[in-house]
Design a binder for this molecule. Sequence first.
Ligand code: ACO
Length: 173
Amino acid sequence: MPFTPDSELDLLFPSEYISQDVRSQLHPSLHIRPLASTDYKRGHLSILSVLTVVSDPGEEAWLAQFNAMRAAQRTYYSLVIVDRASDQIAAVGTVFIERKFLRGLGSVGHIEDIAVDKNQQGKKLGLRVIQALTTISENSGCYKTILNCSDSNIPFYQKCGYEKKENEMAKYA
Ligand code: ACO
């Protein structure tokens, strides 16, 4: 599949929200951009499968979720790194913005679902995804950006400038 420029895609949020600094540090064979409505076809779910077991809801349901995220304006920011040669996704990540009554009606950015294709790991794609998402969070006015991760990923997030704080609690339905 030939590379599709941002101008020909239906995007989750404006491309300009992605840091120029991060763009300029990416290898020329790669491109970073917001998630697009056609990214189901570019392997979005298969990239996420490096993170956890992924069940495929089908393209129609995937698109309905994309549209619901976009309708919640200024809340969901999912981005992808695309391999220009194949037009397939190599890395993904999301930050969503929580609005609070505390902290002077402040906001918090929650980073979720970071995944890099197995063949592309260790080439700083994860770092670039985190840098781009953190910039979006900070430019959205968030006073902090947080995430949950396994112990084995702590060194990665430390390399991205994050530090360990408190504990995660979970209750599965
Ligand atoms: N342990 C120690 N150091 C690490 C690790 C690790 N597990 N992973 C990366 N690093 C280091 C790298 O060596 C590099 O260090 P350097 O700057 O000294 O060279 C730095 O962190 C940046 O690494 P990247 O090359 O950007 O890492 P990568 O592109 O492989 O992305 C990621 C890291 C996202 C963890 C990837 O390996 C991956 O997709 N893993 C499987 C899915 C996963 O665990 N996702 C994160 C879940 S947590 C969440 O989503 C909030």
